[in-house]
Write a protein that binds this ligand. Structure first.
Ligand SMILES: [Mg+2]
Length: 381
């Protein structure tokens, strides 16, 4: 079997899909995208195709190493996201060719389903409480919310109080709900210290990205003193990015994104490293259906996977939502706060290529908003 063609599709709301075709008619799909840079990643996929055309797609480990090491320079969001989507498509091909799901190829399923959480929005306490109640009514037992709007390096206490009021309202509305609070890299070390201390009584499921990963050296000591589990990892792209964080002992849950961190091949290895440190995995996935299918295949065979992010109905999904590009929308079987691990060959989904091509005509130019502080300086989003 030989790879004959790679084709990328920019589709709304903000995704990039990849189809890899072979000379025996089997095709695989991947989702190589980093949010806001879809066209750049598509160009990187096109450049990497020089290493792939004519090769046997089943030699995934060799092709991964060639893509990672062969270009001399390595790592970072663009290259590792391009490799990720290609790797996903190669696993999809290998699964379809063998009649096995990716989880089966990686050793076999050890769970049938995994718990998922829902994002909730809302700027005022009453809004977040209502959103959490609505998620509970839809069957979710865990939610994630943003901790704060923009925060200066040193900011005023009313901003901290507003964050506490939103979390308190959710805790009052749905007392048994698992609550994750995402600081989103918006919070700098001084305010992170304050927020972590004040949020501790609410017994959160975890706090995500308490500061940007690039500040890890400075935040490890203060963070390690909180009883709240600390999660991070969506800005980390390889085993080498994760190793010092795991060795530090300060992190409880890692969140690599299999569409950013080198695909199934690399994310599986990162998860195994975490298992050796008794650290849990909650794969990052605010993206599309191929990315979610990829996550679920990894979750299906990864012991320390605990919960899965997913984007159904997320506020970013304007125009198209998670299930729109699938032939069988029931493949992600949401029930009782869980999603089943798809059992079909490869990634276990059928992409509706006609609809993908139709929506590629519209494409997208998604960018995250640019926020500014009241003094005019740019704020982290
Ligand atoms: Mg996050």
């Amino acid at each position: 079997m030989k790879i004959t063609r790679l084709t990328t599709f920019e589709v709304p709301p903000r995704w990039l899909f990849l189809k890899i075709e072979t000379d025996d008619g089997i095709a695989g799909w991947g989702e190589p995208v980093v949010e806001g840079r879809a066209t750049t990643v598509a160009a990187c996929v096109e450049e990497l195709s020089d290493y792939l055309i004519g090769c046997d797609p089943r030699n995934i480990e060799d092709l991964w190493q060639v893509m990672y090491r062969g270009g001399f320079y390595r790592g970072g969001p663009i290259l590792m996201s391009a490799i990720a989507g290609i790797d996903q498509a190669l696993w999809d091909i290998k699964g379809k060719a063998s009649g096995m799901s990716v989880a089966q190829l990686l050793g076999g399923r050890l769970r049938d389903r995994i718990k998922v959480y829902s994002w909730i929005g809302g700027d005022r306490p009453a809004d977040t409480a209502a959103a959490a109640q609505a998620a509970a009514d839809r069957g979710f037992t865990a939610i994630k919310m943003n901790g704060t709007a923009e925060l200066q390096i040193i900011d005023t206490w009313d901003r901290v109080q507003a964050a506490l009021d939103r979390v308190a309202a959710v805790r009052d509305a749905v007392p048994t709900m698992g609550i994750a609070v995402d600081f989103h890299g918006r919070v700098h070390k001084p305010m992170a210290k304050a927020l972590l201390k004040e949020l501790e009584p609410y017994r959160l499921m975890f706090i995500e990205e308490p500061v940007l990963s690039e500040h890890l050296d400075s935040f490890l000591n203060p963070m390690i003193n909180t009883a709240t589990p600390i999660a991070l990892g969506e800005w980390l792209y390889s085993r080498w990015d994760f190793k010092s964080i795991l060795a530090s002992g300060a992190v409880d849950i890692i969140q690599p994104d299999p569409s950013h961190a080198g695909g199934i091949t690399e994310t599986r290895k990162i998860a195994t490293m975490a298992e050796a440190y008794d650290v849990a995995v909650a794969l990052h996935c605010p993206l599309g259906p191929i990315a979610l299918a990829t996550c679920l295949q990894i979750d299906g065979c990864t012991y320390n996977a605990v919960i899965q992010e997913q984007s159904l109905g997320i506020h970013y999904n304007v125009g198209n939502d998670l299930l729109d590009y699938l032939t069988d929308r029931s493949v992600f079987d949401y029930a009782e706060a869980f999603v089943a691990i798809p059992s079909g060959p490869g990634l276990g989904i059928d992409v509706n290529e006609d609809y993908v091509r139709e929506r590629t005509e519209q494409g997208h130019r998604w960018r995250n908003p640019i926020w500014r502080h009241e003094d005019g300086s740019i704020a982290e989003w």
